[in-house]
Ligand binder design. Sequence first.
Ligand SMILES: Cc1cc2nc3c(=O)[nH]c(=O)nc-3n(C[C@H](O)[C@H](O)[C@H](O)COP(=O)(O)O)c2cc1C
Length: 165
Amino acid sequence: MVAGEIQGIYQSLGEDCQLLDLVDLPAEVFLGSAYEKKPDAFVPFSEAILGAAGVVFVTPEYNGSFPGVLKYFIDMLNFPESLEGTPVCLVGLAAGSWGALRPVEQLQQIFAYRKAPIFPTRVLLPEVDRVMGEGGRISDPEIRSRLERQAAGFVEFVRLLRPAL
Ligand SMILES: Cc1cc2nc3c(=O)[nH]c(=O)nc-3n(C[C@H](O)[C@H](O)[C@H](O)COP(=O)(O)O)c2cc1C
C-alpha cells in the first residue's frame, strides 16, 4: 500500500514508475537450483531493475531488519550491473516507533558495498497503521509531504547522475 502511494507520487511528477511487489515473485525463484540457474520467470524482475534509471526501495521492518525475501531478491539480481551506478532511494515503515530505521540503515550498508549512489534523504513511517488511513491512503499530511519532497529530490538526483537516461 505504501509503495502504491509512492508510485502515485512519482506519476504525479510525470515519471514512469513501475511497482515491483516481492509477493509476486514466482515460486521457482525459491528453489535451491535458482542460485545455479535463474528461472525464466525471474527475468521480468531482473530486467526491471536493470532498465531502471533509479530504484526506490520500500521496506517494512521484520525482527529488527528488512525481510529476508528482500535480501534474497538482491542476491538474485544480475551481478554487478544491477545496482552498480544505479541511484537508490529508501523508505522504511514499521509498526513500532523507529519507523524501520534499522532496516533502512542496513540496506544503506549493502548499497554502499554494491556501489549504488544512495539518495541521502530517507523517509521513515513509524506506527504505520496510524499513518495509513482508510483505503490504503497515507492520511498523515507530514509523512505525505516528506515523501513528495523526497520524490522530487530523487528525480533531480537521478537526472544529475544519469543525464543520458
Ligand atoms: C515477521 C514480522 C516481523 C516484524 N518485526 C517488526 C519489528 O521488528 N519492528 C517493528 O516495528 N515492526 C515489526 N513488524 C511489523 C511490520 O513492520 C508492519 O506490520 C508492516 O506494516 C508489515 O509490512 P508488510 O505488511 O508489508 O509485511 C513485523 C511484522 C512481521 C510480519
